[in-house]
Design a protein around this ligand. Structure first.
Ligand code: CA
Length: 219
């Protein structure tokens, strides 16, 4: 899952990015509201972590612009402002959740997972498809009850495919979701991860749709 972090405090931003990367998220980080707006218009993210007090354009302005163009991207506001009126204003401007600094990184990660789960329309925390169970919180994949050892990128790719079992995802779309800025992407990276997953989950668990992309085998 690819997140955009908008935070002008270098220490806080670094800590959040490092913590969430360790949790398996792809995190891109910008430091002001104008850059955030520009990036949100051109690149796909699964969720936005938004500070309110930002240089050049405040977080509430960024959020309002996003919702004005009817973008339903899940948004969690991260801010030091703990006044009730700020929380209310943020939620009414279209935020989905709100964390007051300082917060625990484990709690942030859990709230991110909860929002992504709601966005995908799932009730259960784990995703299950054809005997394979992927647990985003525990970072485990089990097949017919047995744990499967899996790399972080394989995990991210499998989650993308399992969350939309009917959807074919192109290689370009997968690359956008798996890799953030500054991450080297080998030209055959997606194929390599698909190959690894097929080896572990069975050759026909992930299907290649020639000239289009990949999908999991329909139930
Ligand atoms: Ca700030």
């Amino acid at each position: 899952m690819r997140l955009l972090l908008v935070e002008d405090d270098a220490m806080i931003g670094e800590a959040i990015r490092a913590g969430l990367r360790k949790d398996g998220f792809t995190v891109d980080w910008v430091h002001d509201g104008e850059t955030a707006e520009a990036v949100l218009r051109t690149e796909p993210f699964d969720l936005l972590l938004l500070d309110l007090g930002l240089p050049r354009k405040g977080g509430l302005g960024v959020l309002s612009a996003l919702r004005e163009r009817d973008d339903a991207l899940p948004v969690i506001i991260l801010t030091a402002r703990d006044a009730v009126s700020d929380r209310v204003q943020g939620l009414d401007a279209g935020a989905d959740d709100y964390l007051v600094k300082p917060f625990d990184l484990d709690e942030l990660a859990a709230r991110i997972r909860a929002l992504l789960r709601r966005k995908s329309g799932r009730g259960a925390p784990a995703i299950e498809h054809l005997g394979v169970v992927l647990d985003p919180a525990a970072h485990t994949v089990r097949r017919d009850g047995e744990d499967i050892a899996i790399s972080p990128k394989e995990f991210a790719l499998l989650q993308l495919l399992m969350e939309r079992p009917g959807t074919i995802l192109s290689r370009a779309r997968i690359e956008e979701r798996l890799y953030g800025w500054g991450q080297e992407v080998e030209s055959n990276a997606v194929e390599v991860h698909v190959h690894g997953l097929r080896r572990k989950l069975g050759a026909d668990y992930i299907l290649t749709v020639r000239g289009v992309g990949y999908r999991v085998r329909p139930a």
